[in-house]
Design a protein around this ligand. Structure first.
Ligand SMILES: [Zn+2]
Length: 160
């Protein structure tokens, strides 16, 4: 246990471990947020932050309930408001392809995603294939039952 334990790894933020946890369709929104973060850091170079001189940075970027959630290590007022606005805008942008046409929040078996009609169809097909794979063991059981049937027929013939 101790040999494998890395404090550096333990201290890593989700963004360092997982990157952006959402589809590429939202990258332009994330870039807008990144620009604000960079600008803020440039104008607060001499440790003038409200958080002990720490640089403003991303902690986690992910999709939650069909919307873009951006977490920072602290939130200057105007940036907090901008992040809320980006979350709101993400409802209307397809998370997969970035299309803004007919985007709806889709329940994909308990996982909510903002998707355009084309990506919705693709996602539902993918889920169907996944469920087909998941329930394959049922086919095996059915096979066993079918296998026993000829024996019953044989018994009948013997009795006649
Ligand atoms: Zn799409």
């Amino acid at each position: 246990m101790e040999d494998n334990f890395s404090f550096d790894e333990f201290m890593k933020e989700p963004i360092e471990l997982f990157g952006y946890e959402c589809g590429d369709g939202w990258l332009p929104l994330i870039e807008e947020a990144k620009k604000l973060v960079d600008e803020w850091n440039e104008s607060h170079e001499n440790g003038l932050s409200t958080w002990g001189g720490e640089k403003l940075q991303f902690v986690q970027v992910k999709e939650k309930w069909g919307e873009l959630c951006i977490y920072l290590n602290f939130y200057p007022d105007h940036i907090f408001e901008k992040l809320l606005e980006l979350s709101e805008r993400s409802h209307h942008i397809c998370e997969e392809c970035g299309s803004t046409e007919n985007v709806k929040i889709q329940d994909t078996h308990g996982w909510f995603m903002a998707l355009c009609p084309k990506c919705r169809e693709k996602e539902m097909k993918r889920l169907e294939a996944f469920h087909h794979e998941k329930y394959e063991p049922i086919t095996t059981t059915k096979f066993e039952v079918e296998f026993e049937l000829p024996n019953i027929e044989e018994n009948k013939n013997e009795n006649n």
